[in-house]
Design a protein around this ligand. Structure first.
Ligand SMILES: Nc1ncnc2c1ncn2[C@@H]1O[C@H](COP(=O)(O)OP(=O)(O)OP(=O)(O)O)[C@@H](O)[C@H]1O
Length: 325
């Protein structure tokens, strides 16, 4: 990841993605640059408004990029979101989860879960409460009982590894709760993010301070006295201290006021634009799907759908069943 400061707002999110794709040359980048252009007159920044979602829903032309995860057209010729059991699995993913069974103790929560995150890709998991979304994240990070299947990262198996070993592999994790050390200062929290190193990586602290200027301002403040949004930034900053290739974010917008939710999503966009792959669980499902490259709908511990965020948002059944209509 680069150490550049917060960049100025890109003209559009799509423009920014293309820039990012060109920089990284990743497979995800290729996928993204092949995305269909929005029709003229359509709001081009998916972050902007409810109207954007409605516009997207009303887009006349079906999505043109039927990538590997997309399934066949329906009998009437329309292309709905791909059901997980019909999806073609990519074979060049950075994170590759196959047939994962996992849970807590003897209690199995996940059954045969497949999941892929490409290099530099932004992937979201949505689904009802209790579906097992957080359990997927915890499983990738070695925090659940592994019961079967495989989890590979950069072509190396990581299932069965401990979290401190998984950090070494290049995965950062921001849990939903208890994600900062309240009694430590902001700087000490960041240092803890690099505890596996022999020395504090001062340069990376500067990178984090540039990315989240409020953390520089509050460097000596005890983390427990910070606001919800600031805590969330600190938690992300801590997880970025080892410059991971993949960042796992569990409900990053939870408990934040609406304007802060927007800001948080914008910051996640920037992190991803700078080349870090993101796997995110979000209750704020529509927002998350508007921004991501690909989304999974998880139900009862199993994948139900996988497709581009746009395709999921445009699927009537998915909207009705999982996105509040
Ligand atoms: N530590 C645990 N021990 C036992 N069961 C757990 C544990 N954590 C979660 N569960 C159970 O696993 C199931 C899936 O929980 P999980 O938190 O993964 O769902 P989720 O989709 O993230 O839900 P939410 O959107 O409400 O956060 C739930 O039935 C939950 O009660």
């Amino acid at each position: 990841m680069s150490g550049e400061n917060e960049r100025s707002e890109p003209q559009t999110r799509e423009d920014d993605r293309r820039e990012s794709s060109n920089r990284t040359g990743s497979s995800a980048g290729r996928e993204r640059s092949e995305r269909p252009e929005k029709s003229s007159g359509e709001q081009s920044d998916p972050r902007d408004s409810e109207a954007t979602r409605e516009d997207a829903t009303a887009t006349e032309e079906p999505p043109a990029d039927t990538d590997a995860t997309e399934g066949p057209a329906d009998a009437d010729g329309s292309t709905g979101a791909t059901r997980a059991d019909e999806a073609t699995l990519p074979d060049d993913s950075l994170l590759r989860v196959r047939d994962l069974d996992a849970g807590y103790g003897d209690l199995q929560i996940l059954t045969d879960v497949d999941l892929d995150v490409g290099d530099g890709e932004y992937v979201t998991i949505v689904g009802p409460n209790g579906a097992g979304k957080s359990t997927v994240m915890k499983s990738v990070f070695g925090l659940t009982s592994y019961m079967g299947g495989t989890i590979e990262f950069a072509d190396e198996p990581i299932h069965g590894l401990q979290p401190d070993e998984i950090i070494h592999e290049g995965i950062g994790y921001v849990p939903q709760n208890d994600n900062i050390f309240e009694s430590l200062t902001v700087r000490e929290n960041l240092e803890m993010g690099a505890y596996i190193l022999d020395e504090v990586p001062e340069e990376q602290i500067e990178v984090i301070y540039d990315r989240f200027p409020i953390l520089r301002e509050r460097s000596d403040q005890r983390a427990g006295t910070m606001s919800g949004g600031q805590r969330q930034m600190l938690a992300m900053g801590r997880a970025l201290m080892l410059d991971p290739d993949l960042l796992l974010l569990d409900e990053p917008s939870a408990g934040l006021a609406p304007d802060l939710v927007q800001e948080m999503f914008d910051r996640i966009d920037r992190i991803n634009d700078d080349g870090t792959a993101v796997l995110m669980v979000e209750q704020n499902a529509k927002q998350a799907l508007r921004r991501c490259d690909r989304g999974y709908v998880l139900v009862n511990g199993e994948n139900a759908y996988v497709d581009s965020g746009e395709a999921l948002l445009n699927d009537e059944q998915v909207r009705k069943d999982f996105l509040g209509g």
